[in-house]
Design a protein around this ligand. Structure first.
Ligand code: EPU
Length: 335
């Protein structure tokens, strides 16, 4: 266990907001976690800070899990179960899977963040959501210090949501995640139109999982800014889920609106489209802005304050509500 006081968080959040915290603790092993817990109050746990917006200095201690081992714990001819430390970088884990030809995870390539944070918001991209790969999530109960092994069902996964973000919020510290991946007969998902189009452009009609990963990476790189160059946290808002009737009325007025099926009463509409229609794409005031290639990505061009980004996001949400009667809900956690 390593502890630092008055620690700068500038390098610990992908928005690159220059704030600090009272103390930062790095937990490097299960022994460290077992020494640190139990605690009476919830600690502030941070992953790689890729889904967080700091609006001020944090007058508290932050905790970061830096365990990053990978181990095959079970396998047969078709499947493998891999146990991964919560601190492992997400994309490095994806690359490790591709090197071993383990499939299922390739559409989730190049997503910033850590393995431990991934189940909390059930990351998803290009037609695949993390929940389909989860075998088990191991997490320590903060108040008792005891480990619980969560099955996929226990995690209560939903679109960008899980029990760790809702019913059990603040109660558990995720230490390891077990994934179930295919060893052969990979089930490939190229249903997402831009992915299919890029593979076809490349003349790839029977893509390998490595081809899919490469194409996903290229798509992400072409429209999402690299946080090392321009501070951002990916999608700032979730894609809103609206009643089908409301969608029918909207699409009568707007030909270009897209939707993704949810159930027989509702559909998901792209928040990026709504924001773009309101004219925000490429908007900039000082160092705060909306990315020029993707309307759902708020950016820090240098020395933006978190408060400024939050205020811009509120203006955007108000204008979308005024134009379309739809409430945008933040995906990013504001602290
Ligand atoms: N669009 C616009 N203007 C833009 C960008 C997009 O009108 O500036 C429209 C286009 O019609 C496009 C549609 O919005 O077809 C959807 O855009 P995109 O395909 O980029 O996906 P998204 O719905 O904005 C979601 C996830 C992303 C994920 C992609 C790909 C959410 C909130 N976001 O974005 O996840 O990578 O799909 O699957 O669900 C993230 O969560 O941080 C993230 C990047």
């Amino acid at each position: 266990m390593i502890q630092y006081f008055n620690y700068s968080l500038k390098e610990c959040n992908s928005f690159g907001i220059d704030v600090s915290c009272d103390a930062m603790v790095f937990l490097e092993s299960k022994e460290d976690i077992e020494q640190y817990l139990p605690l009476d109050t919830s600690p502030f746990i941070i992953g790689s800070g890729s889904n967080i917006l700091f609006t001020d200095n944090v007058n508290a201690e932050l905790v970061k899990i830096v365990m990053s081992s990978i181990e095959v714990v079970e396998e047969d001819d078709d499947y493998v179960i891999v146990n991964v430390g919560a601190g492992m970088n997400w994309h490095e884990f994806v690359l490790w899977c591709l090197d071993h030809d383990y499939g299922g995870i390739e559409n989730l390539s190049y997503i910033p963040g850590t393995v431990g944070a991934a189940p909390i918001q059930n990351i998803g991209a290009y037609g695949v959501e993390l929940e389909t790969l989860i075998h088990q999530v191991d997490a320590y109960h903060i108040k008792s210090g005891k480990v619980k092994n969560f099955t996929r069902e226990d995690c209560e996964f939903a679109y960008r949501n899980s029990a760790f973000k809702s019913s059990l919020k603040g109660q558990y510290l995720i230490s390891e995640v077990q994934f179930c991946l295919t060893k052969k007969n990979h089930i490939k998902n190229t249903s997402y139109a831009p992915l299919q189009a890029l593979l076809q452009d490349k003349g790839i009609y029977e893509p390998s999982i490595q081809d899919i990963s490469q194409a996903v990476t290229e798509i992400r790189q072409s429209k999402l800014p690299d946080p090392l160059e321009i501070g951002n946290a990916g999608s700032f808002f979730k894609n809103p889920i609206i009643p089908i009737d409301q969608f029918t009325q909207l699409s009568a007025k707007h030909d270009s609106i897209k939707s993704y099926p949810v159930d027989d009463q509702s559909v998901k509409v792209p928040a990026a489209w709504l924001i773009d229609q309101c004219g925000w794409k490429g908007y900039r005031e000082g160092d705060i802005g909306v990315h020029e290639k993707h309307a759902l990505v708020l950016v820090n061009y240098g020395s933006a304050s978190g408060q400024g980004i939050l205020e811009l996001s509120e203006k955007i949400a108000r204008s979308v509500h005024k134009s379309f009667g739809i409430e945008l809900e933040r995906e990013v956690n504001v602290v």
